[in-house]
Design a protein around this ligand. Structure first.
Ligand code: HEC
Ligand code: HEC
Ligand code: HEC
Length: 352
């Protein structure tokens, strides 16, 4: 072989050797970039789900509230992915940890639960906390309802007081985490201390508590609570104002309101007329397809964060679409500001 050819051969080999690792390296970092991107997407999606659905119990930074465990924990970070997926999908029987998978009558798809799992295994929780703050979904400070002997004595002295006392105990232990210690509702469940609820026939309340409301977090309680306990909690819900005026104090819960401004209301007004008017009517007066939104009872009972959540997540099994996939955070906030501004308008004319 002549020296030049030999030289070229060596050079070619060297060049090839030089190229292969660079190529391989790029391939690897390309792969890991894709992985990181997918992981980031999962975490960003999961942080929003967490903010809207888990914060009330597990805290904005996953630190746990009261007796409810932290999710920012080494034990969970080292748990096999599959086990964590199952836990969130199926919930924990006889605790407030509901089953979240749609197949278990929860509200999340398999993919959404996978995103939550990825988040719990890898996230820096200060990111989640910042996101929760941006969404205005910081949990109220008080989630537990402490029942003192004094409270029980006061309630006991009312007519049928024994049943009421049993009812408030059931409520504190099983319902307060979702429906709030003062019955005012949280981002994940509606208020129960309302005239609208008390206007419902006892059989309806019984059916909802016994059977749960499928496709929502409201589980069936008939295998967890006794017949007497369910009757007692219904009696308590129906006589809540009486219990309150007898001197029993429920914790004050300050639900943060969203920021509003004339510009935000105007933006919401515009969007409402494009996306919502066809069902909810001009200025939220309602149509035969959907309820009025300028309804004073609804507005008084529903905090901003809860209105946000209804718009973001839609109402399963009804015509109310899931807007979270189509509208930005800013757009949904503008709608909340607009709907809130209807509070000052006249009474609704249509209520299907
Ligand atoms: C109404 C309150 C409540 C809500 C809302 C809630 N959890 Fe829980 N969660 C609990 C309780 C209580 C436990 C402990 C159950 C037990 O005793 O094992 C728990 C346990 C867990 C655990 C296991 C923790 C451990 O260390 O074993 C995980 C993971 C978890 N929850 C994730 C979630 C996620 C994700 C969400 C939101 C989609 C959520 N939870 C919403 C109350 C709640
Ligand atoms: C894990 C959260 C969670 C817990 C715990 C929970 N609920 Fe609910 N509950 C909900 C949600 C969410 C709804 C709304 C379902 C829907 O969208 O219709 C609801 C709805 C209801 C309703 C119907 C409200 C209405 O306006 O018709 C009643 C009554 C009720 N819950 C009672 C209870 C009682 C009593 C307990 C305790 C024994 C309890 N809930 C515990 C989440 C919860
Ligand atoms: C295709 C019809 C339809 C469209 C479009 C629609 N909604 Fe709804 N919406 C409904 C129905 C039906 C309900 C009642 C669901 C139920 O039974 O709880 C509802 C309920 C609501 C509620 C809760 C009202 C209550 O009393 O509980 C709010 C808030 C709401 N919609 C806001 C909006 C906003 C904002 C838009 C536009 C971005 C919108 N909706 C677009 C059909 C619609």
């Amino acid at each position: 072989m002549n020296p030049l050819m030999k030289f070229l051969g060596i050079t070619a080999t060297l060049v090839l050797l030089a190229i292969i690792p660079i190529y391989a390296l790029n391939e690897a970092s390309f792969q890991s970039a894709i992985m990181t991107d997918m992981e980031t997407e999962s975490i960003v999606a999961a942080a929003d789900l967490f903010a809207e659905n888990c914060v009330v119990c597990h805290g904005a930074a996953g630190e746990g509230i009261g007796t409810i465990p932290a999710l920012d924990s080494e034990a969970l970070r080292t748990m096999p992915e599959e086990d964590l997926h199952k836990l969130i999908s199926r919930g924990v029987d006889n605790t407030q940890m509901a089953a979240w998978n749609v197949d278990e009558s929860g509200i999340f798809t398999y993919q959404q639960i996978s995103d939550l799992v990825t988040m719990i295994l890898t996230v820096d929780w200060s990111f989640v906390e910042a996101r929760v703050m941006t969404l205005g979904l910081m949990p109220p400070q008080v989630v537990t309802l402490e029942i003192t002997d004094e409270m029980l004595a006061t309630i006991g002295s009312l007519e049928g007081g024994e049943t009421l006392a049993a009812g408030i105990m059931v409520y504190a232990e099983n319902c307060a985490a979702c429906h709030a210690a003062n019955g005012g509702g949280t981002t994940i469940a509606p208020a129960l201390n309302t005239d609208a609820l008390r206007a419902q026939p006892t059989e309806d309340l019984l059916a909802k508590i016994n059977n749960g409301i499928s496709g929502t977090l409201m589980a069936s309680w008939k295998d967890t609570l006794s017949v007497e306990q369910i009757d007692a909690v219904i009696a308590f819900l129906q006589r809540w104002p009486e219990v309150e005026s007898s001197g029993v104090e429920f914790p004050e819960i300050v639900v943060p309101e969203f920021e509003s401004s004339p510009e935000l209301v105007a933006a919401g007004d515009k969007l409402f007329h494009i996306a919502c008017k066809s069902c909810h009517g001009v200025d939220g007066y309602g149509t035969a397809m959907a309820p009025s939104l300028n309804n004073p009872t609804f507005l008084a009972d529903t905090p901003d964060a809860a209105i946000y959540q209804i718009i973001y997540g839609g109402v399963p099994d009804t015509l109310m679409p899931t807007w979270g996939v189509r509208l930005s955070d800013e757009e949904i906030r503008s709608l909340v500001a607009f709907i809130r501004s209807l509070e000052t308008s006249t009474t609704p004319i249509l209520q299907p």
